[in-house]
Each structure stands twice: as C-alpha cells, then as structure tokens.
Write a new protein. Structure first.
Length: 332
C-alpha cells in the first residue's frame, strides 16, 4: 500500500487535478490518499510568506526548507510515500516538505518562480524547464476516465442525451446577451433535430441571470438530468452524465471542464464567444487539444452536432504515457 498526501489550497479544480494523479497511480498500485488543507500560520502574512518562501527555495537545502515549512501548519508525513499538490500557492509548501521528509513530490501547474528540480515531477501543459522533472501532459489530470464515466453511466441507468457544461466570465472570455440567446436557440434546434434530451450543468462561474434564462427558456424541452449550480443542485454525478452523453458541449472559459469532458472519451465541442482576450498560453492550450483531436471548436452563434467519434483509445493512450512517466520519476 502506497500512502499519498494531497496538499490542498482549497480550490476544487486543483484538488481535482491532484486526485486525478492519485487515480492514475492507483491503476498500478494500491494507494491510500489523505487530504491536507494547507494553512498559513499567520493568515494575513500569506502573500509575504509565499514571496519569502520562493526566495529561500532558490537555494534549496534542509535549513531553507525548514524555515519555509514553519510558515504553514504542520503536515504529518511519517508514513507518507508521495506528496501531490496543484496550484502555485502550494508549490513552496510541497517542495519544502518533500525535501525535509525525503519523499517524492508531484506538483501540478505553472511553477511561478520555483524550479521543477525541486520536485520529482512538475506536470504542466507546456514546457517551462529543459529538465526531465518537467513533464508536459497532453491532458490535464482529473478524476475521470472513459472507463469510470461509462461505468457510472451504466450504474445510474442514464439514457443517451446531449450535455452542455456552462461556465461564464473568466480568463479573458466575455459573453454578450445575444450570445446566450443564440445558445438557447441552438439548443432548441438541436433537440428538434436529434430528438435527444438536453442536459445543462452550470458552475460557480455561471451568471445567475444566465442560469435563470436557460431554465426558463428551455423549459419546453426535456432537460431532466440538468444540474443548476445557483439553485443548489449538488446531488448529481458528472461522470455518469459525461459517460451517457452522445455529444458534449462546453464553454471554452473553463480548462477543467474541458479536461473532464475530454477524459470521458466522448465527442467534445468547445463553444467560444466573439470577445476573447485570453493569455497566449491558454490559447495554445486550446489549440493543442484541437491538434490532438480531443476537441472541435465552434462559435456560440452557430454550432451543430459533432460526428460521434469515440476518442477513448486516444485519451487512454495519453493518460497511460503520463502515468508511466510519473512512476519513473517517483521511482516506485
């Protein structure tokens, strides 16, 4: 049994990524996973602590690592075999504890001033360092896979449907009122042509007014599997919805929703607005998914069903490559 400690910054998407790595490793080893929420000892000094920690770790040794570790609440790593963390805020904490406890650490996300050599593996969507420790992943890790989504769909007994994952303003994406109107019109037309039920899942980024519009204007078509974030809908299984969807449409503002959709092995289309001012790195991230055949991009003004091509084999191959690279780096 391998004991894994996930250091969390409290952001669900980051925890999801860390758990995704643990799920990957669990395909080859029995694992026990514990979640530790990172807490600064003096909360109002957290920004200063982070800056100082990064400066100290530019010359990593037991002394600098010990000083950095004092900035955070203690983590019991006595029986730990691996640290996993995601997000720039956790990087100094995971690096310091890895050095002190002499155990491997896998860090996910852009390094933000910390060299990849401080970790057994730094998993990023693009290369930051010309070092074997910097592993470039084709697909951002998450807790889903084609197998788990299919299995959950069967267990829940869900019927075939078309799934829409709706985000909102963020990472340079802005949506105009008429684009939400186009989305509603497109969904209604899609249902009339396909005769399939429609499922809508909104998120914390979704504008409550947009959510209300979708619920109201789509009430004349079957949307029984839908989950509305601002109405408190939490008792739903996204993996089952992904696994039973004939097509998945996801607004392009959420890297995690896109990654989760791709991981189902189902056809995925990202929907983009007319106003995009996202960072170059994010644009490259999306383009990479297109080049790998993971997604098709369409405008919110006009979109259509994608040919049902199962990408399960493609997804599984990329995840297997990532798992093997990680196992090699942590020396299990």
């Amino acid at each position: 049994m391998k004991n894994i400690t996930i250091i969390s910054d409290g952001i669900p998407g980051h925890v999801n990524q860390s758990k995704g790595v643990a799920v990957l490793l669990a395909q080859s080893y029995p694992v026990n996973v514990e979640l530790h929420e990172m807490v600064f000892k003096i909360s109002f000094l957290r920004a200063l602590f982070t800056i100082v920690a990064k400066l100290l770790l530019k010359k990593p040794n037991k002394v600098s690592a010990k000083i950095v570790s004092l900035f955070y609440s203690p983590i019991d790593l006595e029986n730990c075999d691996l640290i996993i963390a995601a997000g720039g805020k956790t990087a100094p904490c995971s690096a310091a504890n890895s050095l002190l406890a002499n155990i491997p650490a896998i860090q996910l996300g852009s390094p933000r001033g910390i060299n990849s050599r401080l970790f057994s593996a730094l998993v990023t969507v693009e290369r930051y360092f010309n070092d074997p420790s910097n592993i470039v992943a084709s697909l951002t890790p998450n807790i889903y896979s084609p197998e788990s989504c299919f299995r959950s769909s069967r267990e829940q007994g869900l019927k075939e449907h078309i799934l829409f994952l709706i985000g909102g303003e963020g990472i340079g994406y802005s949506y105009k009122e008429h684009e939400w109107e186009s989305l509603v019109t497109g969904i209604q037309y899609m249902h009339s042509v396909s005769k399939l039920p429609i499922s809508i899942v909104t998120s914390r980024r979704s504008d409550p007014r947009v959510e209300k519009k979708l619920r109201s204007q789509l009430s004349n078509i079957p949307i029984d599997y839908s989950a509305w974030f601002h109405s408190g809908d939490k008792d739903f299984k996204l993996d089952a919805l992904l696994g039973s969807a004939s097509n998945i449409f996801v607004t392009e503002d959420s890297a995690m929703m896109i990654s989760e959709s791709i991981s189902s092995g189902q056809p995925v289309t990202t929907l983009y607005p007319s106003s995009i001012n996202s960072p170059i790195r994010y644009q490259q991230h999306i383009s990479k998914y297109v080049d790998l055949g993971f997604i098709t991009r369409q405008s919110m003004k006009k979109f259509s069903l994608k040919e049902k091509i199962n990408t399960t084999k493609n997804v599984e191959e990329h995840l297997a490559k990532l798992k093997n690279k990680l196992i090699e780096r942590i020396n299990w």
